[in-house]
Design a protein around this ligand. Structure first.
Ligand code: SF4
Ligand code: SF4
Length: 104
């Protein structure tokens, strides 16, 4: 599991840099974010949840989502939409409510 940042989408806001617990994300000379040590990413998903433009894709790995499956997130008030993209172009959306996270 690791993330991949889409440089075309990144607007350089820096939010992902601030929340990564491993300080793995940096900015390049164009102020675009990139992950310097992808092998050290432990998949906490903090960075993609903060990205306002869905520039960070999180690759799930073969055992979870199948090869090539990735997800990103979109916030809508208290709702967090998890968009899962399968290699066969199928998109699955799972919505969680951040205010109800401790109910389970
Ligand atoms: S998923 Fe977590 S550990 Fe990996 S780069 Fe993002 S914030 Fe850092
Ligand atoms: S949060 Fe998204 S837009 Fe902001 S710097 Fe990171 S990748 Fe770029």
């Amino acid at each position: 599991m690791s993330i991949k940042i889409d440089l075309q989408k990144c607007v350089g806001c820096g939010k992902c840099l601030k929340v990564c617990p491993g300080n793995l994300i940096f900015k390049n000379c164009e102020s675009k974010a990139f992950i310097k040590y992808p092998e050290e990413c432990w998949g906490c998903t903090a960075c993609l949840k903060e990205c306002p433009v869905q520039a960070i894709n999180y690759y799930l790995g073969v055992d979870i989502g199948g090869k090539g499956t990735y997800l990103n997130t979109k916030k809508e008030k208290n709702l967090l939409h998890w968009h899962i993209f399968k290699p066969n172009k199928v998109e699955i959306i799972i919505t969680t409510n951040e205010t109800e996270g401790n109910k389970y």
